[in-house]
Design a protein around this ligand. Structure first.
Ligand code: HEC
Length: 194
């Protein structure tokens, strides 16, 4: 039953869009999707590249230092490169960093991703949510899709690493994941009035 509620929610977005006239809507959506793809790719590549480098040079402890000290500022540096009115971030219902806590409208979409997974639906590469007349949110679902993610988000056996994470994040929700689990999403907010 729940899944239907979410599909209704998503198709409501579509009907709002259709009301604005098909040609205009298509154009608007295409531009939001293009911006969303670009912004999410930029963030994931930047974080991924830097994490890999730290992991290779200093192992998981160095990579942890990198995530907790630099993920936020690197995200801001990507945001500076994006056009006015466009912002990118990562969110998770089970966030590790409070900076990545989703808003209520974002939580609704994350929950619908989870419901889809429960019904064995292969998640789409992205979804678009219309927030208001000028603002859209592009969501790219993030899965635990590499073994390396489990080093810091799985059931951690390395005591030193476990301690290091707990001392940085006393209230950590981002443990105990398995391969294929939904970890969260990258969200690109596009405000077309700017
Ligand atoms: C070296 C440890 C480490 C590894 C490996 C790692 N993460 Fe994280 N992750 C963190 C830390 C620390 C944070 C919190 C700081 C931040 O990045 O904002 C975090 C945050 C996140 C967030 C933002 C939501 C939140 O919980 O704050 C997502 C999404 C995420 N990680 C996904 C992944 C995925 C997917 C992988 C595998 C490709 C991965 N992580 C690998 C340490 C790690």
């Amino acid at each position: 039953m729940k899944i239907f509620k979410h599909i209704v929610l998503l198709s409501l977005t579509t009907s709002l869009l259709v009301a604005a006239g098909p040609k205009k809507v298509e154009k608007e959506l295409a531009s939001v999707i293009k911006t969303g793809k670009r912004g999410s790719k930029m963030l994931l590549q930047t974080l991924g590249k830097n994490m890999k480098k730290r992991m290779k040079n200093g192992g998981v402890m160095k990579a942890l230092d990198f995530c907790s000290n630099e993920a936020y500022s690197l995200t801001e540096s990507v945001n500076k490169k994006l056009p006015n009115g466009v912002r990118v971030k990562r969110v998770s219902e089970k966030f590790r960093s409070p900076a990545n806590k989703p808003t209520a409208d974002e939580t609704a979409v994350l929950k619908s991703f989870k419901e889809m997974q429960k019904s064995n639906i292969i998640l789409p590469p992205y979804l678009v949510q219309r927030v208001n007349k000028n603002t859209y949110k592009y969501y790219k679902p993030l899965l635990i899709n590499k073994k390396v993610c489990l080093k810091c988000h799985g059931n951690i056996k390395d005591i030193d690493l476990k301690r290091a994470i707990a001392s940085r994040y006393p209230i950590d929700n981002a443990l105990g994941y398995k391969m294929g689990d939904l970890r969260g999403a990258v969200i690109v907010t596009v405000d077309r009035s700017k």
